[in-house]
Design a protein around this ligand. Structure first.
Ligand SMILES: *Cc1c(COP(=O)(O)O)cnc(C)c1O
Length: 329
């Protein structure tokens, strides 16, 4: 029995309805042609605040007691969780503090500031940012809302899985981004709860795939955090991981890794073929299909998880001037 089950996700869906967008699922003619099977894109990058993270953050804030709301919330983030939490907290009049490392792109930091959150930039890894969170929780009594290893956050992200199965009931395979695993665990719990035969495959970048390394080792292991186009997928899974490691181990049917060049090609494909602006993390599922690392054998759903890319970086990628050894590598 996993920590978050289908019934939990269905309850969360009712709780957050009206505060998040139910995003569209569309068929991709180009990817369907390449693979010879219908490939659908779940356009979750169009979510308010630019990523799916609003689902989990909205649920976590909705679950706070009045006393906890007075204390305020705090999180470590690679950017998108902080932005989502700042957005959800602001709607409730709750103070939010977001701790990030120097690796978080400036456009993400700026957007969080515009939402009125307090920002702390500390160190060069998610672990460094988390240490600052722990310090402030102790010093100021703020309530921590973790980016992935939290049952309410996992269930919030899982609501995407309900929408996927409703849109494509016959899906044979679902591709989902994999970093800390809140998204993959939630989506897999929902999808397999409704459609047990559907395969759910996690996709990470080669540069610092912490959950993949942990699944291979059979326990959470530390992984060096490296700069990557998929910056939202950076960071470890937490050596004291409570929920997502076990859920990913029992629910995922496989994990594939994509290179920086494959991510760049997928960002370009999303832009030129699908007319969508997608950040690196958001594009890894498309990358796995284009690179032939996942070969569809039936209807396939590819989750597009975020769009919060620096637009100058995006332009250099889609114009073909971005180079892996350049400033972004
Ligand atoms: C956070 C994030 C992910 C990964 O989610 P996890 O729950 O940490 O696995 C994927 N894509 C985007 C755009 C994100 O912001």
């Amino acid at each position: 029995m996993s920590a978050v089950a289908l019934a939990d996700i269905e309850a969360v869906r009712r709780r957050i309805a009206g505060r998040i967008e139910a995003t569209p699922t569309v068929t991709s003619p180009s990817l369907s042609e390449i693979t010879s099977f219908p490939v659908h894109l779940k356009l979750e990058h169009r979510q308010t605040a630019g990523s799916f993270k609003l689902r989990g953050a909205t649920n976590a804030v909705a679950q706070l007691s009045a006393e906890e709301k007075r204390r305020g919330v705090i999180a470590a983030s690679t950017g998108n969780h902080g932005r989502a939490l700042a957005h959800a907290a602001r709607l409730e009049g709750v103070r939010a503090v977001v701790c990030m490392s120097r690796l978080v792109p400036g456009n993400k930091v700026a957007a969080i500031g515009r939402l009125g959150a307090d920002i702390r930039i500390v160190g060069s890894s998610q672990d460094d940012a988390q240490e600052e969170v722990d310090r402030l929780v102790a010093a100021e009594g703020l309530v921590m809302v973790p980016p992935f290893d939290h049952a309410g956050v996992i269930a919030g992200q899982g609501t995407i899985g309900l929408e996927i199965v409703e849109a494509v009931p016959g899906a044979r395979t679902v591709l989902v981004q994999l970093s800390g695993g809140g998204l993959a665990a939630g989506v897999a719990a929902a999808v397999k709860g409704l459609s047990p035969a559907t395969r759910v495959i996690g996709v990470s970048m080669e540069r610092g795939a912490a959950m993949k390394a942990s699944l291979d080792a059979g326990r959470p292991v530390p992984v060096e955090e490296l700069p990557t186009l998929a910056d939202s997928l950076g960071g470890g899974i937490g050596l004291a991981n409570r929920f997502t490691f076990d859920m990913c181990r029992s629910l995922l049917d496989g994990v594939v890794l994509v290179t920086e060049a494959e991510i760049a090609a997928a960002i370009t494909h999303a832009y030129r073929q699908e007319r969508e602006v997608v950040e690196g993390a958001g594009a890894v599922g498309i990358a796995a299909i284009l690179a032939g690392k996942v070969r569809p054998d039936g209807e396939t759903v590819v989750l597009v998880s975020g769009r919060n890319i620096d637009m100058d970086l995006h332009r250099s990628i889609v114009c073909g001037t971005w180079r892996e050894e350049g400033p972004a590598a």
